[in-house]
Design a protein around this ligand. Structure first.
Ligand SMILES: [Fe+2]
Length: 286
């Protein structure tokens, strides 16, 4: 196999990595190159990987300790770190940051294709640092001071099936609320990022009604097509995104065809705002 190589997939986010076989043990030197590219491009794509859950766990482990169990999503039998992302359970066709309703949202998430529809089902990933950078200075100053409450009792698109309703109910059975700075300073790169997404429901000190248009305006900078990568899944694909400075969206355009990805997430840390203040819990799983 030719050596490690990185090819950007867009100007502001995303790169495809070639010359790496995730089916074998990754050397420390290559692991360092992967982590460096991960920080720089925020989402990395790998094609033609023949790997199973065990190798995916090892790949995710290159970035840190693995998340042992999602607070409410079902996990693969015998492997509580592996979450089957199944279109028959739910479809995440809304922009979000994984588990941002908790105090310690994931550092990153790896996804691997298992069963793919004949068309559609792409994954979009947006660069929230670019979203912040693109804000006019006046808006940036406002964003720097805002905090948002993230809750799992947020936008959860309905599938309209019995199984979909059961998964939705399980997702909502407990209520989490966490306040995060709207601008999060990336713990490794120091970059300021807009830390919002679909679980962010209102701004601290404001009503939902007043918060909504402000959140929407900030979100529109993150979601600009220029700041996104769009990945069309093929068998053997693996991706990893930095959940601290991106948002993602699963395009729901594959009808009733099956679509299953396996997700393994990496433990993150407590977000910190530009003034050094840390996120705090309001309600936890009550
Ligand atoms: Fe997600």
């Amino acid at each position: 196999m030719a050596g490690f190589n990185v090819r950007k997939t867009g100007g502001n986010i995303g790169a495809e990595v070639t010359g790496v076989d995730l089916g074998v043990t990754i050397s420390d030197a290559v692991a360092r190159q992967i982590r460096q590219a991960f920080l720089e491009y925020k989402v990395l794509f790998f094609r033609d990987q023949e790997i199973d859950d065990e190798r995916q766990l090892a790949f995710a482990g290159l970035f840190g300790d693995l998340t042992h169990r999602h607070p409410m999503m079902r996990t693969a039998e015998g492997s509580p770190q592996v979450i089957p992302v199944d279109g028959e359970d739910q479809r995440a066709n809304h922009w979000h940051t994984d588990v941002s309703f908790t105090l310690v949202p994931s550092l990153g998430t790896t996804l691997r294709s298992v069963t793919l529809p004949p068309y559609g089902g792409d994954t979009l990933v947006a660069n929230a640092a670019a979203g912040y950078r693109d804000l006019p200075g006046e808006l940036r100053e406002i964003a720097d001071r805002l905090w948002a409450v993230h809750t799992n009792h947020a936008e959860q698109p309905r599938l309209g099936t019995e199984r979909g309703e059961a998964v939705r109910s399980a997702f909502l059975v407990k209520r989490y609320e966490t306040a995060h700075p709207v601008v999060r300073v990336h713990p490794e790169s120091g970059e300021p990022c807009l830390f919002l997404g679909g679980f962010a429901q209102w701004l601290v000190g404001m009503t939902v009604r007043d918060s909504r248009p402000i959140i929407d305006v900030l979100q529109s900078y993150v979601r600009r097509p220029e700041n996104t990568a769009r990945w069309s899944w093929r068998p053997g694909d693996v991706l990893v995104f930095d959940n601290r400075c991106t948002q993602h969206y699963a395009v729901n355009d594959y009808g009733t065809h099956p679509r299953v990805l396996h997700r393994v997430s990496i433990n993150g840390d407590i977000p910190v705002g530009p003034d050094g203040k840390m996120s705090y819990i309001i309600r936890e799983g009550e």
